[in-house]
Design a protein around this ligand. Sequence first.
Ligand code: NDP
Length: 472
Amino acid sequence: MSTADIGLIGLAVMGSNLALNIAEKGYTIAVHNRSSGRIDEFVAEAREQGLDGKTIAKYDLADFVQSVKRPRSIIIMVKAGKPVDDMIEQLLPLLEPGDAIIECGNSLFTDTQRRFDYLTPKGIGYLGVGVSGGEEGARHGPSIMVGGSKEQWHNAEAVLTAISAKFNGEPCCAYLGEGGAGHFVKTIHNGIEYGDMQMIAEVYGVMRDGLGMNPKACAEVFKEWNKGPLNSYLIEITGHVLEAVDEETGRPLVELILDKAGQKGTGVWSAIAAQQMGVPATAIEGAVAARSISARKDERVAAEAAYGKRADKKADVTLADLEKALLAGKIVSYAQGFAVIAKASEENGWGLPLSIIAKIWRAGCIIRSRFLDQMSAAYAKGEATNLLMVPDFIALMKDSHPSLRKVVAAAATAEFPMICLSAALSYFDSYRQAQGTANLIQGQRDFFGAHGFEIVGRGTDLHGKWPSTLGN
Ligand code: NDP
């Protein structure tokens, strides 16, 4: 008998927590997983949490599909990539027109678009949904970015909205656009997350090596900053990470953690998407590059031996400068991320609502912050696409960019790396420079490739009379 309101396949960390969240909100959920061991674990967990009355575990895929009420909404939360395609193929013969697959993993948005295009003519809805907030978010309220078949979205809207995080009572869940729109927005969310984390790490580097602060002292600063304009989940957890103590040695844990950052690909996807569309996203690119450099520990050790250790110079900055520099860097990074989203929306005809995207990131997700509330309000007024041209943010930037400049300059002098913050500053300086230097580049391009240039008032596709360099 079909009694479940919704189904879910994939009971690893994210899937099992999402399923428990759905059950807790009063919906009956059928669950299935490839290997039965995880189903057993889920059944025990649901019982422990008093949610067994709302969960139906099915060990057979066909039984599982049959147990879900029509039109079916079936969430897939399996490993991204081929497992998703395999799962779709297994489900396809068991589904009926009008049913929908709701894929909630970290899928590449072009894969989602391909799957949407494949399933739509078969009458099967396909929703590619970005879910942010990790394990905790999945269980208690993630930020949910929905893309895909609008008709089937309405069938699942109540459940997804109910399980999402809430900001001042407003759900952090929204339908954003067709095809791969939801996963695209999640990808850029992750790119922005990379930027936020890298800029925080760069500021921590100045505190540690340039101001001689120990982790506990740094933690206190981040806790203080969390009460101001930088208030956000990442600033909050940075305080906790910095004050954690290793039980075995009694030393600050952060000092024992190897300085090699991992990455799973969404930052790279953001940078590639930005480059492919010709949208500058230097803060995200810098953050991705910084993680890649961090991973090359052996090379860095060898290079330090070759060039000598950084001179033990103090950084000539105050904590107030660092706070404002971080704010300015963050404004630039979000300006870039939203510019990428706006361009993708235009290219794909998605009609992505920038204000709503900022809104659904205010709670549940990793980049949640007070700042996003301000951003959402600004975009709702439709003032500009690039955040750097939104009046409230022009004022904020005018107040904070001198500090960013001071911090980047001090870092260069004291020999601290600042890939992300310096990239943000250079972007800002390039963006607000009416007369740039690309006139020279156009001259060079015409010299060696006859690519032509424009002279205002005289015409386009003009050429210079360049001297021959043959024989030089
Ligand atoms: P994993 O990405 O580790 O995937 C494990 C799940 O995928 C298991 O249920 C596994 O089944 C299933 N699976 C793997 N291959 C296949 C296959 N060929 N056919 C059927 N099932 C398969 O799980 P997570 O919970 O960590 O993540 C799920 C998705 O959510 C991923 O796309 C991830 O990127 C994304 N995500 C994860 C976050 C996190 O914090 N972990 C945060 C946000 C998104 P079995 O038990 O049989 O091996």
